[in-house]
Design a protein around this ligand. Sequence first.
Ligand code: AMP
Ligand code: MG
Ligand code: NA
Length: 319
Amino acid sequence: MSYEKEKEIAITATLSAWKLCQKVRQNIPIAMEKIDKSPVTVADYGSQAIICKALAEVFPNDPVVGEEDATELQTPEMAENLAKITEYVQEIIPDATSEQIINWINQGNGKVEKRFWTLDPIDGTKGFLRQDQYAIALALIEDGEVKVGVMGCPAYPVENHQPGALFVAVRGQGATMIIVATGEEIPIQVVPENDMENLRFVGSIEASHGDIERQDAVAKAVGIIAPAVKMDSQAKYGAVASGKAALYLRLPSPKTPNYRENIWDHAAGAIVVEEAGGRVSDMFGKPLDFASNPKMLDNRGIIVSNGIIHDTVLGVLNQ
Ligand code: AMP
Ligand code: MG
Ligand code: NA
């Protein structure tokens, strides 16, 4: 299958959600003493509503496994937020009502099936609030395999242009990066063997999302001398896919050893890296399980690499 239609709809839907997220973010006060979660609430519900609506119009039979659910949004305490969400969504879909928006968000309550989409309407909440990296991540999964992945990264640095990159991949067709400022689409590839300059590794900014000490030790053991580049969200997959880093390490935090990763936090990024020539597995080398559950119950930790160094990394981790 060529997935031409799926790719096109995923791109337009992600770009609409991107617009909403950026509008919301413009209105976040620069210095907030205590981080107010309401901007992210407004943006991630709004983003999920827009994307679910766009998918349902063209693929009414496809379930969507999204991160958000509108139950809480229907409570009286959230009335003000719902009104705000409606205003933002109406900038994109002028006649949208609050009731419709609730329904669109709840379309994201789908189940893992033979064919379904998975969506993180805003991945990297903390980065979003910090005016840093975040991603809108959408992927189509069929027969347990990610077939299409689109990752919108509105703050992603692009040489000689305004920030903003859209990473796109279709199984068997390679990966590209669209420079959103110009619309230019360029094929991307992972760091090649002899590119010492880009032999760096990426990890979360949030210390509690990984095992920083162990990650640093593993990177060192495989010959990466530069310190970790820290970045929020699935944008880290974009960095590996576009050859800006050779490795992304996400080892379980000693504080949350039983944490299980969500499919929407990895599906879009994983296909982009694989189609750019890289490799993705858990810390034991097991493929990520996108076929069974919204949580990857049988996987621990995530290793993303340019492929070349993957077995060496697994060797260090499991010796
Ligand atoms: P990042 O921006 O890469 O740090 O990751 C953001 C994602 O981390 C969110 O989408 C959460 O689903 C996920 N997350 C939350 N708690 C943990 C944890 N204890 N370990 C790993 N990931 C987590
Ligand atoms: Mg997320
Ligand atoms: Na999220």
